[in-house]
Design a protein around this ligand. Structure first.
Ligand SMILES: [Fe+2]
Ligand SMILES: [Fe+2]
Length: 138
């Protein structure tokens, strides 16, 4: 079973690659792909990552920060559906900035702290639950 932290980071890299290919191509189809990837990632983190972080780290500030970041991302995604043309591109870039900031927080603080505290079995259990959450979505 894959390590759950590795799966989370693979998702982050995949979304960054989509944002980068939008920069290169301006292909509007990529916006939908980013939204789909972010929704699946949100489901997996809410179902599997954050409960484990809550149990093992007990850092309510960290969990609260993540909850706020996820809800800002969701609101920005809702905003995208009301826009087109240059305002849509601007709002998409704002979404990219929100995601980048939250990913940095997870990768610099949450995931290293979790890696230190969790056992190999717990991280594999996290991996299994992430894959389950993704199957439910997809
Ligand atoms: Fe997150
Ligand atoms: Fe994440």
């Amino acid at each position: 079973m894959p390590n759950g932290i590795d799966l989370i980071m693979l998702d982050h890299r995949a979304v960054e690659a989509l944002f980068a290919s939008f920069e290169e191509t301006n292909d509007a189809n990529i916006i939908g792909l980013v939204i789909g990837a972010l929704k699946a990632h949100d489901d997996a983190e809410q179902a599997a990552l954050y409960p484990l972080v809550g149990t093992l780290l007990g850092d309510t500030d960290m969990i609260e920060r993540a909850a706020v970041a996820h809800s800002m991302v969701k609101k920005q995604i809702e905003l995208l559906s009301t826009l087109e043309g240059p305002p849509l591109v601007d709002a998409f870039r704002q979404l990219q900035a929100l995601v980048a900031e939250h990913v940095a927080d997870e990768e610099q603080r949450m995931l290293p702290a979790l890696a230190e505290r969790a056992s190999v079995q717990q991280l594999e259990g996290l991996g299994a639950r992430i894959l389950q959450a993704k199957q439910r979505v997809g």
